[in-house]
Design a protein around this ligand. Structure first.
Ligand code: HEM
Length: 502
């Protein structure tokens, strides 16, 4: 396809030789005058851009969402109206590993989807778990420092990881998921993914409901054991990327069925748990899954850097009919992504083709590094202006949201309804014996190098969630069950006090 492209310099002048430097004599030194050589070296030195602070290793694909169900009574979003088909770009990632990390590691998987809707881009930036480790933005940078490299050794540290996790009991459910068989998916195609947070929908009448997004794999769930994963990593660090790429190349297009859960504002007020706490789930029996449509991936990117590395997603990008929620963790994310991308890619990153909306964009920003379109030419740069440019669109306003309570640093643990072990215990009891066995073995292997005080904290959390879970993990970690039982009588502060480093 590219045959016949003749080499030029960066501004189109022909290059006569791309292999032999200009030297002073056949065996002499290189001269400054070889400007093409200088250009090549200088460009090369600047080819690496910062990697994403987390979710650095990832793979992308294009596809579409076809809406087969009817949720129009909840949302006016055009992308979710019956029969609509919308193009999308997706990026799958691991979280802790750097850009060169192996795919088949025990970790959660990020799944970010950019829907190019006719009302602007809608980004759903989720993971393959329905819940998360933490629930306050304050803990986010610490979570990443704990799971990434230790400042002294430059190595990943199970001690840091488990120390941090077990000091935050709200991470228990997610810890159980990551240590379960689902902690290492066999491929991106063989896992579900979720928006995790509570978002909102509002309809034509400006009536709001709360919602959660679920995408269930049509390929079936498949996972790797630790042993299988270490064999895969030894053979192929790009196993998940390769699987995705090759399946799309051979026309075996992966699909997920999209569902939503709906909670009314009234139900939310009376719910027995905080419905805006990301570490809590909405139980399917109480809030059934409503089918929305099918997400299919059917085209590979042409260029990894241009399309995958330069893609930029943010939960702040929603479209009319879809809104945020009071989830304090989501609120923090609304700032973090754009800020990271202004640093990682530059202030005009939304002009990069993979990020660019397919509909008309009139944000009237000006200038900035790498502004490569017409920069809005002679149109006014300020608003309001007497020419009527850049007039707002009041129809797109979200319905008002009543708030209550004082402004304060509320600790969710002070809320009597806050039970951090219930969902993890329910999950354990749902597991078949072979899954429970794997959970215990995986945890014992992962935590093996960690000090006993931290192991006790985890054992106590397991015991509080389910006695059998606690007893089995205690035995597998070689701890004293009587001490676990004693420690489980303490409140969270007491447990922390009793398990600080000796
Ligand atoms: C307060 C909490 C969080 C903060 C501050 C945060 C921040 C970030 C930042 C700064 C990036 C890198 C963005 C870039 O360089 O383009 C990122 C990536 C990502 N985050 Fe979060 N994050 C948070 C929680 C979450 C949660 C709860 C999820 C899942 C529901 C999630 C899913 C992702 C995904 C999938 C990516 C990779 C996006 C891509 O493929 O480009 N994050 N996050």
């Amino acid at each position: 396809m590219y045959d016949g492209k003749k080499l030029t310099n960066e501004v189109g002048a022909p290059i006569p030789d791309n292999e032999n430097s200009i030297t002073a004599g056949p065996r002499g030194p290189v001269v400054m005058q070889d400007v093409w050589l200088l250009e090549k070296m200088a460009h090369f030195n600047r080819e690496v851009i910062p990697e994403r602070r987390m979710h650095a290793k990832g793979w992308g694909a294009y596809g579409n969402l076809k809406v087969t169900g009817d949720i129009s009574k909840y949302t006016k979003a055009k992308v979710l109206q019956p029969g609509t088909k919308t193009d999308l770009f997706i990026r799958f990632s691991t979280v802790a590993g750097e850009r060169g990390a192996a795919d088949a590691e025990r970790d959660i998987r990020g799944v970010a989807v950019k829907f190019y809707t006719e009302e602007g881009n809608w980004d759903l930036v989720g993971n393959n778990t329905p819940t998360f480790f933490i629930r306050d933005v304050h803990n986010f940078s610490d979570l990443n420092r704990a799971v990434k490299r230790d400042p002294r050794t430059g190595m990943r540290s199970a001690q840091n990881n488990w120390d941090f996790w077990t000091l935050l009991p709200e991470s228990f459910h997610q810890r159980t998921i990551v240590m379960s068989d689902r902690g290492i998916p066999a491929s991106f195609r063989n896992m579900h993914f979720f928006g995790e947070h509570t978002f909102s929908f509002y309809n034509d009448k400006n009536e709001r409901v709360w919602c959660k997004f679920h995408f269930l794999t049509q390929q079936g769930i498949k996972n790797l054991t630790n042993q299988e994963a270490s064999e895969v990593c030894g053979r192929d660090r790009e196993s998940h990327g390769r699987d995705l790429f090759e399946s799309i190349e051979r026309g075996d297009y992966p699909r997920w069925t999209m569902y939503v859960q709906i909670m009314t504002e009234e139900q939310a007020k009376n719910h027995y748990e905080n419905p805006f706490d990301i570490t809590k789930i909405w139980r399917h029996k109480e809030f059934p899954l409503i089918e929305v449509g099918v997400l299919e991936l059917n085209r590979n990117p042409e260029n990894y850097f241009a399309e995958v590395e330069q893609s930029a997603f943010t939960p702040a990008h929603v479209v009319p009919g879809i809104g945020f929620s009071p989830d304090r963790f989501l609120q923090g994310r609304l700032f973090a992504y754009g800020d990271a991308q202004r640093y990682r890619l530059g202030v005009n990153h939304n002009h990069i083709p993979v990020n660019r909306a397919k509909c008309e964009v009139n944000e009237y920003h000006r200038d900035g590094a790498m502004r490569v379109d017409g920069n809005y030419g002679r149109m006014p740069a300020y608003s309001p202006n007497s020419e009527g440019y850049w007039s707002p669109q009041p129809d797109a306003a979200e319905p008002p949201l009543d708030l209550e309570g004082a402004m304060y640093r509320f600790d969710p643990k002070d809320d009597p309804s806050d039970d951090n072990f219930r969902a993890g215990g329910e999950l354990y009891r749902l597991m078949t014996e072979d899954k429970r066995k794997l959970l215990i073995e995986n945890t014992a292997a992962d935590i093996a190098s960690v000090t006993d005080n931290v192991k006790y904290r985890h054992a106590v959390h397991c015991y509080l969630a389910d006695k059998e879970y606690g007893e089995r993990i205690t035995k597998a970690m070689g701890l004293d069950l009587e001490r676990v039982k004693e420690l489980s009588k303490l409140d969270n502060n007491g447990l922390i006090e009793a398990t600080l480093n000796p």
